[in-house]
Design a binder for this molecule. Structure first.
Ligand SMILES: Cc1cc2nc3c(=O)[nH]c(=O)nc-3n(C[C@H](O)[C@H](O)[C@H](O)COP(=O)(O)OP(=O)(O)OC[C@H]3O[C@@H](n4cnc5c(N)ncnc54)[C@H](O)[C@@H]3O)c2cc1C
Length: 355
């Protein structure tokens, strides 16, 4: 029977990127994915790389900053190995803060000042008189990122088993022995749970992850009616892609594992998007979709070793999983291979939820 050094449960962007980082350290890795790799939350995401926001928990800031800095190199490598362009854009973000935060620059630095008058910076904006902040943030196309990660992982020799649902994590003599799927069993002394919103459904220890639904839509227009920048407002955000698509999102809903879209909600977001960029009225609606973010009770990810030797967790990235992918892959590969982690992840330990 073939064995691996590490089995990763879940082929989302977190599991795939970790598989590559572990492979680089010489590990033989198997990714076991229930459906198609990269088709769940990592497919629904907008791809904003929000390094600093009023919603970023303070404890997460060092990892968010580190990951944002790692992005260009991370993307460069993935593109190089996969031949897939992941549309890393660095035009920046125009942020319309909520009215209650207009006068406080909490969390924003001097570079937040607009580099040019709004009408010049983003001529397509409907209202250029609203107070705004400029942020030097990037964005990426998460679907392309997922496709690139699958290709790069396979290129590096990672085994990927698609259409296999892990039903049990196998333990022998108190240590990890592998996983059982709906079809067969796979053996390895180390298992990493990267099952996103579903991570809490798997033993041996249960984690309080929960799905947080996000609905969004995308439109496609010509170059004259699409914005150049990411635009964030309290109502919606708009994320342009270089191929002319613009994503408009997103809801944050406690709706269990329901992934249906609601036409009235989609229309409401569409109208809010058009208020920001009226010329998008001429753009065709391409799709409406919904994804499940992996949420946790304290809005912090779950990263590190569990009480069971050989069992690790990397999930709970909630609204920032695309941003946090490079640093998660980097630091978790260190932890799993027994190296000293370059970043302090003790606050994210799975053990905090173990009683
Ligand atoms: C609408 C929306 C917008 C978002 N926008 C952004 C953004 O702009 N920026 C940002 O940084 N983040 C954003 N996010 C968050 C981001 O998408 C997630 O944090 C990230 O994708 C989580 O990645 P993951 O690999 O942990 O989860 P997933 O991509 O969900 O992957 C988990 C995988 O595990 C598999 N799986 C589950 N159970 C099993 C099992 N038993 N056996 C085998 N496989 C299993 C699933 O099929 C899935 O493929 C957004 C999310 C949503 C929904």
């Amino acid at each position: 029977m073939k064995t691996w050094d590490v089995i990763i449960i879940g082929g989302g962007i977190i599991g795939l990127s970790l598989s590559i980082a572990l492979r680089k350290r010489g590990a033989r890795v198997l990714v076991v994915e229930r459906g198609e790799p990269g088709r769940e939350a990592s497919y629904a995401a907008a791809g904003m790389l929000v390094e600093c926001s009023l919603e970023t928990p303070a404890l997460l800031q060092p990892l968010a900053t580190a990951s944002a800095r790692m992005y260009p190199e991370f993307v460069h490598e993935l593109q190089d190995e996969s031949g897939v362009d992941v549309d890393l854009r660095d035009a920046g973000t125009i942020l319309f803060p909520p009215p209650e935060h207009v006068h406080e620059r909490a969390g924003f630095s001097a570079e937040s000042l607009l580099p040019a008058p709004l009408a010049q910076l983003e001529p397509a904006l409907g209202d250029v008189t609203r107070p705004a902040i400029f942020l030097q943030e990037r964005s990426v196309d998460p679907r392309a990122l997922g496709a690139a990660a699958v290709k790069a992982a396979k290129h590096r020799g990672v085994d990927v088993s698609s259409g296999s649902e892990v039903t049990e994590i196998l333990i022998s003599d108190g240590s990890i022995g592998g996983v059982r799927t709906d079809k067969t069993s796979y053996a390895a002394p180390v298992v990493v749970n990267c099952a996103g919103a579903w991570a809490g459904n798997l033993g041996p220890q249960r984690f309080p992850t929960r799905p947080v639904k996000g609905q969004m839509l995308s439109v496609v227009g010509g170059p004259r009616n699409t914005p150049r920048h990411v635009i964030r407002s309290p109502e919606v955000y708009l994320v342009p892609r270089s191929d002319g698509r613009v994503l408009i999102g997103a809801t944050v809903e406690e709706a269990g594992f329901d992934q249906r879209t609601d036409p009235a909600t989609i229309e409401q977001m569409h109208r809010a998007g058009l208020r920001l960029i009226p010329t998008l009225g001429g753009a065709r609606i391409l799709e409406a979709c919904a994804g499940l973010r992996p949420g946790t009770p304290d809005n912090l990810p779950i990263l590190g070793a569990t009480a069971t030797p050989g069992y690790f967790v990397a999930t709970g990235h909630f609204r920032d999983g695309i941003l946090l992918t490079p640093v998660t892959a980097h630091v978790m590969a260190q932890v799993v291979t027994g190296a000293k982690p370059e970043y302090d992840i003790s606050a994210f330990s799975p053990v905090r939820f173990q009683v």
